[in-house]
Design a binder for this molecule. Structure first.
Ligand code: NAD
Length: 364
């Protein structure tokens, strides 16, 4: 890669800066050993930005992100800022505007069951035998979370609340294309989730997915109602490869996928726009309960770098090399606190980052 690649790093709050330190080790290896021209600038976001600049998403941070090719985020939020008005809080005040500003409509979250960690899954062994490798593609900036909503009184003075799910056909089309393009590089199978037996928005969802699917004759498509999908994920997770969901259903299913594969500390996610600009972050939050203890699992943050290499930089081999080094680290029995067996010794955040880095150097 000859061209400079500008990366904005936003460590954020809680364990964010702790796990980001370990991601820096991986970025430095990529720069020094693989000669990637990564230009990295770091900015404040979330609670720390409120403390230092009075706002969760300072202008300097947004401008820095606008001038970059991708964003690597830690996490934001914590009890210190939870009593601020909603719109000023770290998540509402920083993450949602960032996603909206960059039009990050496609959220991609892989959930992989590492054989060595199958004890962490609440599922029975026979349900895990064929492995779990699911990639959830979730529409992120529309649907019920962004539709008209309210809480008010009717003419009998009865209090009521409502939310609206609104999807444009074009919004369904663009997320469906993302799912099918990803499926082409995997097992060529998309399962789309809806509730088309009840919801109008889901009827349009299913119709549009079927229409777009005709452009991908090599990819098989099927549809599941959300209620059945949750049962199927628990009963037979290996039948899933790419799951395509609306914002609401993706929120539910991606957490179910997280649960059956083990710890939230292992899961990374990518949020992309049409131009391939991406925000990469761990699936979990700022984990204030373990902040400052040096026990956070840095794997989700490290795998966020792997997703950055795959989706923004198209460096598939290097991305795979990071996944391999994580796999090898687990195979050798190294664990952090969240993924240890009962009385097993565990590594600190820093030690885990060091071992994965050493394995990566062997891998590349
Ligand atoms: P959380 O994901 O921070 O924590 C849930 C549980 O998972 C905790 O027990 C935590 O210790 C554990 N956990 C999370 N990441 C871990 C890791 N890397 N290693 C080991 N254990 C890990 O969710 P929460 O407690 O509901 O939220 C805490 C704060 O994070 C809140 O302020 C919330 O708003 C914020 N949050 C931010 C994001 C984000 O920045 N994208 C996402 C979710 C929550």
């Amino acid at each position: 890669m000859k061209k400079n690649f500008f990366l904005s790093v936003l460590p954020g709050d809680g364990i964010g800066p702790e796990v980001m330190r370990e991601a820096y080790k991986i970025l430095n290896i990529l720069k020094k050993k693989c000669f990637l021209n990564l230009i990295i600038n770091e900015y404040d976001i979330g609670g720390i930005a409120i403390d230092k600049h009075g706002i969760a998403l300072p202008e300097k941070t947004l401008t820095g992100c606008k001038n970059s090719d991708a964003i690597l985020l830690g996490s934001v939020g914590g009890p210190k800022w939870q009593f601020l008005p909603d719109v000023q809080q770290p998540e509402r005040g920083a993450l949602l505007p960032l996603r909206k500003y960059f039009n990050l409509f496609a959220n991609i979250r892989p959930s992989i069951l590492y054989k060595e960690l199958s004890d962490l899954s609440p599922l029975r062994d026979d349900r895990l035998d064929s492995g779990i490798d699911i990639l959830c593609v979730r529409e992120l900036i529309s649907g019920i979370y962004f539709g008209k909503s309210g809480c008010t009184f009717d003419h009998h003075n009865q209090k009521y609340a409502f939310d609206t799910e609104l999807y444009y056909e074009s919004e369904i089309e663009r997320i469906t294309h993302i799912a099918f393009k990803i499926a082409l590089k995997r097992k060529k199978y998309v399962i789309s989730i809806d509730k088309s037996n009840v919801l109008k928005s889901s009827k349009l969802w299913r119709k549009t997915v079927d229409k777009v699917s005709k452009k991908y004759p090599n990819v098989k498509v099927s549809h599941l109602y959300i209620d059945n999908a949750v049962m199927q994920i628990i009963n037979n997770p290996s039948q899933f490869d790419v799951i395509l969901c609306s914002n609401l259903f993706g929120d539910i299913l991606s957490d179910a996928c997280a649960m059956i594969t083990g710890s939230i500390g292992m899961l990374a996610s990518a949020s992309l726009n049409e131009k391939g600009f991406g925000l990469y972050e761990p699936a979990g939050g700022s984990a204030p309960d373990i902040q400052g203890k040096n026990i956070a699992n840095p794997i989700a943050q490290i795998l966020s770098v792997a997703l950055l290499l795959r989706y923004s930089m198209k460096l598939y081999d290097l991305s795979d090399a990071i996944y391999e080094s994580v796999k090898n680290t687990l195979k050798k029995g190294y664990r952090t606190y969240d993924i240890r067996n009962n009385n097993q010794d565990y590594l600190t955040t820093q030690q885990m980052g060091d071992i994965i880095s050493q394995n990566l150097i062997k891998e590349i």
